[in-house]
Design a protein. Structure first.
Length: 177
């Protein structure tokens, strides 16, 4: 069976541009603006739909790398926070190791790891200064890959101030660290 997602999106965009747009009342400026936003959103989705699974895996791999890096200093935080981080790491590793893991499972595991990291970062504010500093240092270090991937992901929208410095999306998603 052939995936018709691209064809469906292209046809939808064409219908909006060629049928709906001309039928709009010329005085309905807000409707025209909203239609343009919808068409742009569909164009963006069309450009990125094939990479959604790859992006979910990148995000999970990235957050897992950070979670592993802060695992030792996390022990200085509350036991519940450290345990939640360990559980999230196990869940994330399981999702990545299973070739049959669906995109939704990878995304859910990634969300669990990200949530555990957020809680750890909050908890670290009152932790031992050495542990807090280690967690902060690793978090800032890890942010570079996410920022680069986000810039590449959203590049088609045209908002990046220096688009020439953004790597191709495939390269940005290939290296979580």
């Amino acid at each position: 069976m052939i995936d018709a997602t691209d064809t469906t999106l292209r046809a939808s965009i064409k219908a909006l541009r060629e049928v709906v747009a001309p039928a709009l009342d010329p005085d309905a400026a807000q409707a025209s603006e909203q239609l343009a936003l919808v068409v742009d959103a569909l164009d963006f989705l069309r450009a990125r739909v094939a990479l959604l699974e790859e992006r979910e895996r990148f995000l999970l791999e990235h957050d897992l790398a950070l979670a592993r890096a802060v695992r030792a200093p996390a022990a200085a935080c509350t036991p519940a926070c450290a345990a939640a981080l360990d559980d999230a790491i196990a869940r994330g590793e399981d999702a990545l190791q299973r070739a049959a893991a669906r995109r939704a499972e990878v995304a859910e595991a990634g969300a669990a790891v990200a949530a555990a990291l957020r809680e750890l970062i909050r908890d670290a504010a009152t932790a031992d200064p050495a542990a807090r500093d280690a967690i902060e240092r690793e978090t800032v270090r890890a942010a570079r890959a996410t920022i680069t991937a986000d810039r590449a992901w959203y590049l088609p929208l045209g908002f990046d101030p220096d688009p020439g410095s953004v790597p191709p999306i495939e390269a940005a998603l290939a290296a979580p660290e």
